[in-house]
Each structure stands twice: as structure tokens, then as C-alpha cells.
Ligand binder design. Sequence first.
Ligand SMILES: Cc1ncc(COP(=O)(O)O)c(C=O)c1O
Length: 404
Amino acid sequence: MKLKDLGLSSSDIKEKVSKYMIETYERMDFVCETAKDQYLYDESGEKYLDFYAGIAVNSAGSCNDKVVEAVIDQVKDVMHTFNYPYTIPQALLAEKVCTAIGMDKIFFQNSGTEANEAMIKMARKYGIEKYGPNKYHIVTAKNGFHGRTFGAMSATGQPGNGCQVGFGPMTYGFSYAPYNDLKAFKDACTENTIGIMIEPVQGEGGVHPATQEFMTGLREFCDEKGILLLIDEVQTGWCRTGKIMSYMHYGIKPDIVSMAKALGGGMPIGAICATEEVAKAFSAGSHGTTFGGHPVSCAAALAEVDELLGRNLADNAAKMGDYFKDKLSKLPHVKEVRGQGLLVGVEFDDNVAGVEVKHECINRHLLITAIGAHTIRMVPPLIISKEDCDEAFEIIKASVEAVA
Ligand SMILES: Cc1ncc(COP(=O)(O)O)c(C=O)c1O
């Protein structure tokens, strides 16, 4: 849709949103009318360099030609039919994902939080059926983020903080331990524990990668105790960190992994992959979804995965991530540059508020996000070049100088 064709202005759009929508988002002050690759455009053709990619979604670029083509083709063939008849894109995507990441089985959902609900449900059902009714407890990381539905929100280790505030009691059965603290995780497990659930890089929590010791230690501990290792790759998955899945950096495998965001190339999709044994916990009627595995989303995901793997965008994410992080470490007032591939965080000293840097960057047409008091986060499309990193660096530098 184009404003000109509708006889509307950007102010009309903002007014309608303000009047009719329940607003929970801090909006950037422009209407995104079109998007292509690493750029968003407003109605007058003003260009914005997009280093948040729909929050780590448009990894092969916005409106990627192959993804768009796949969506249009599939829309004409079958748009929706529920999960009773077999559908072609779903079967092909199931094979492609399981093969690419070396897991046995997949279950499709619509989003990251739903994928995590499925992961929690599957772990509990596996535990309860195998060991008895008390085997439901899951340990997750403090300062983590797993989504905004009740199970995923309860798994989010920010008790009384962040997304949990004002929503009353959380779902019973979760404990939280400090991230990267292996001993604390072991101590938090009880005889009722069936799962340890973590992000390999805490994204929303400020871009904190897991240490090798933590990840291998958790895998060994889980194997020893019969606990499932549940890895949330909603933000890190599908090449963002320089490997298809972030857990691949650590030479370990999860029992269940959740994914969403980049998988659909801009169409909504989520999924969990599990080992054959754990996947048996779900059988006819035990879990379901109307839209999960939607043919159009699956067709988009097939094209997106082909683009990500075929163009080796994991490799570009690794190279550009190193290049960008190196540059960012030369910014004024930097305390720490963290990340994995193109999931990048910059923490500034007390003189620089992350949110102010973000606003200055947006005013200069670089789109980024801020986390906490002093950190900015960037999750650009994985197609970016050194020139894009250089341009982003200059804008961030000018923004830091303006706010410090
Ligand atoms: C690690 C992680 N898990 C889960 C979610 C929730 O995903 P969604 O917003 O698709 O529900 C997010 C979203 O940012 C995330 O970063």
C-alpha cells in the first residue's frame, strides 16, 4: 500500500494508530512504506539503514526476491488448510531444517514465544511420562528472555521485572540461575528438574554470549542427570551468529531447540526440533495449532533457508561481525563490545545513555535498538558489506559524541 495512492499522509497514519491502536511500542517517527535488502524507505523515498532487521528477522534482506516469489507462488496454490491434509511446503521445510541442523523431528508454530511454549510443554510431558508427575521443573537463566506468553514469560528469568510486571503470578515450576554460572545452574536443579533452558547468547538481556565452559558443562551435567538441554535459538538461529545455529559454535547438541524470527524471511513462523526420543512425548491431540506450519510461511522459509545457506550468509555474518566489532571498539566512551557474528552489543560508560544514542542514530537514519541503561544492540541483515558497517560506525560515532 502506498500513501499517495490512498490519498493519505504520514500524519494520517500516525493519528489513526494513536486513536485506534493499543500501543505497547515506542515507535520510530516515520512510516515505513517500502523495504528492500538493508534499507527501509518512507513515503518520500527517504532511506534508513536497517541495523535491526525487524528484530533479527530479515536476514537475507527485506523483501528478498526469492522469498517474495515463493510467497506469491504459494498464495496462488493454497493459502491455508489447517494441518489435516498434508501440505507440500511443510514437508519440504521439515526435511530441510532437520537435515541442516542435524535434529530428528520438527513441530511448527507461528512465533518465538509459541515455539518456547511447545519446548516447555514437550519437556514437561517427556519428564512426567518417563519419571512421574513431579518431573516438571525447569531451570532458566537470570536476565534471559523467552517470550511474552505465560509459559515463556515465566521461563524468562527476570522475576518481578521487565515483561513480567503487572501480570500476576507466573506459571509454577521454574527457577532462575545466573547466566554462565555452571555451579549455580547445577545447584538450582532438584530431583524434579527435567530441563535446563537457555539462550546461547542472551539477546534481549544485553548481548551476552555463553562461555564454552558453561555450554559443555551444561551438556555434560544434563547427560549425567537425565535432564533435557533446551536451547532457545529464536534470536540466534539461522546464521546470525556465524553458524546455522549458535549451539554449533560450542560443539554440543540440544535435546530440543526452538527457532523463529529469521527462519521465515519475514513471514511469521516458529518451530521446535527435538531428538527422536524426546519428540515421542507429543502424539495425536497432545499439542496443536491452527496456523502453525502455514503453507505460505513454510514456502517463504524454504526460500529463506536456501538463500541463507546457498549464499553462505553465516560466513558473511562471521566476517562482518568481526569487522564491525573491531571498529565499534574504537568508539568514544565504550566499556565493552560483545556479540557473536552479527548479533552485536555495545555497552557505553555512565556518560552515555543507550536510548539517547539510539534516538540520535535514528535521526541520522540508522535504525538500531537500545537495551538497559547503556547498551545498544544491532542485528542487521546478514547481507551487509564493510561499507554498510563503515556507514553505521560513523553515524554511531557522531551520535555518541552528540549525547556524551
Ligand atoms: C531468545 C528469544 N526467545 C523468544 C523470543 C520471542 O519471540 P516472538 O517475539 O517471536 O514471540 C524472542 C524475541 O525477541 C527472543 O529473543
